[in-house]
Design a protein around this ligand. Structure first.
Ligand code: SAM
Length: 252
């Protein structure tokens, strides 16, 4: 059975699409998407032979070798330009996801949707999307097996399916707390997520409370460090903590 996380990713894909799942491991997502009739055909890309073999086995045992092509290769190298409508990349760090997109940028021509699920470093993915004019149309936060996941969906600027622009998505606004109003600027939205910030989900609040704890711990260890850079780093982190706390204080 598909995990809740992969199920949600699958639901983002428009019916009748063709998809490529990059870093597909056991090809659970493309197999389920074809079985459900969500996608007509799929590519399961893997850079490592072990997971590639696992994917090939899964596809064969589902009887889907004519619908799902399992390919060995790095990132978007496994697809030809124009071959798929939707690309999913899940279960990796945001740094790796953005470098896969950056290196494979020529393959994104004609792609109508990206569904990305970074395990960490979501801000790097948002930054890449913004810099490359992909419009973040939705964000979802969820918890499964005590892990928190964020799923980011983006469409190209010329897609026509959305009337949104990144200027709308990342437009600065103010929130109110007991002390006055707090500006939510583009950097804060890239860090926390523009839609998640507006969604006010308890999982989102809990995630950032725990991130604040982590930052506090970093700050404490910096206080005992004799490195010359420690002071500057502490200042940056103190500032970050203050800003995040300010925003959270308006959401709870
Ligand atoms: N996408 C699945 C999921 O979300 O459950 C599997 C995630 S698994 C943790 C990450 C997979 O990405 C591994 O199987 C790994 O081999 C693959 N991978 C890592 N870097 C890759 C790259 N540059 N290109 C293709 N696959 C990659």
């Amino acid at each position: 059975k598909l995990s809740k996380r992969l199920q949600y990713i699958m639901e983002q894909i428009p019916d009748g699409s063709t998809m490529a799942d990059i870093g597909s491991d056991h090809a659970m997502l493309p197999v389920a998407a074809v079985q459900k009739g969500k996608v007509l055909s799929a590519i399961a890309g893997e850079v490592n032979p072990g997971p590639r073999d696992a994917a090939a086995k899964q596809v064969a045992s589902a009887g889907l070798i004519d619908k799902i092509s399992v390919r060995l290769g790095d990132g978007l190298n496994v697809i030809e330009p124009g071959e798929v409508d939707v690309i999913t990349i899940a279960g990796m760090g945001g740094g790796l996801i953005s470098s896969i997109l950056e290196q494979g940028i020529s393959k994104l021509q004609g792609v109508k949707m990206l569904v990305l699920q970074p395990n960490v470093g979501e801000d790097l993915v948002r930054r890449w999307l913004l810099d490359n004019r992909w419009i973040l149309i939705s964000e979802h936060i969820m918890e499964e097996d005590r892990k928190v996941y964020e799923i980011l969906t983006a469409v190209p600027k010329n897609n026509g399916e959305t009337l949104l622009s990144n200027d709308d998505v990342y437009k600065e606004y103010f929130l109110n707390n007991s002390k006055g109003s707090v500006k939510v600027d583009q950097d804060m939205m890239i860090r926390l997520g523009p839609w998640l910030l507006k969604g006010n989900n308890p999982i989102f609040i809990a995630k950032w409370m725990s991130e604040l704890d982590k930052l506090d711990r970093v700050l404490k260890s910096l206080a005992t460090s004799s490195l010359p850079s420690a002071e500057v780093k502490s200042e940056v982190i103190t500032q970050e903590i203050r800003q995040i706390k300010e925003v959270l204080s308006c959401l709870q």
